[in-house]
Design a binder for this molecule. Sequence first.
Ligand SMILES: C[S@@+](CC[C@H](N)C(=O)[O-])C[C@H]1O[C@@H](n2cnc3c(N)ncnc32)[C@H](O)[C@@H]1O
Length: 266
Amino acid sequence: MNDMLPLIVPDEDESPAVRRRQARGVSTSNVVVSAHLADNAEVFPQVLALHVEKGATVADLTYGKGVFWKRIPTEDYVLLASDLKVGQCWTELPYENQSVDAVVFDPPYMEGLYRTTKAALAGSGTHAAFQEAYSNSSLQKGKKVRKYHDAVLEAYLSVIPEVKRILRPGGRFIVKCQDEVSANRQKLTHVELIWAYEKQGFYCKDLFVVVRRNAPVISRLLKQEHARKNHSYFLVFQRQDHRPRLDYSNFSGWLRDDIGGGDGTS
Ligand SMILES: C[S@@+](CC[C@H](N)C(=O)[O-])C[C@H]1O[C@@H](n2cnc3c(N)ncnc32)[C@H](O)[C@@H]1O
């Protein structure tokens, strides 16, 4: 990929030309918005439209059934689709260093899907179809993994070395995730990921909320303690670990310093 010809549109505050265009811009309501009562196949094209220029090379590491791509014309992007279901683990990808403009990552996001025995998998029984589509229990055989919600986070972090290797500097890392209640505790996965990925040199440039159209069904409800999740996220990260200091952060410098681990830049 030629760094002189970036396929990703630069940030407004990076480019005086773009800033000038904005100052002279027109009033319109025809804009991409952040929250959608829709499904993934409807929202994903809007994520790409805003953040990944047509013609870009996009590696989808968890292609699954290709739902994300259903409404995207094949000629719009060079899609490199892989998935464990076709024998390609996200920890070992067959692509050259810095060869892709964007990475798409949508791993199983519920702790039950990372449990080691098939009987224990949340997807068994009435959720068999969900399990088939969203998990791959063969990966778990004989492997020591973290438990419960930590297993989810571990999966999300395990992809980072390969993303840093294949994604070009400044490229986009598009991550699908959903918060969950685990062991009766609220786990805000999207917050944890934004924080953890920033430490790896990724700035969360955008966030899309996808709200389910249909009402979730709760089996064996005794007393409800947490609002039932009916939304998930597309997080759009920008790779900036090639820079000596992060250009952008989602956290105020003083806050990161006070909670520890930040370098004070904001
Ligand atoms: C939530 S689904 C992805 C759905 C997909 N975005 C779509 O549009 O159909 C999660 C996918 O992650 C895949 N997966 C699980 N572990 C994997 C791994 N270690 N490497 C690659 N893919 C994996 C599963 O096979 C499954 O297809």
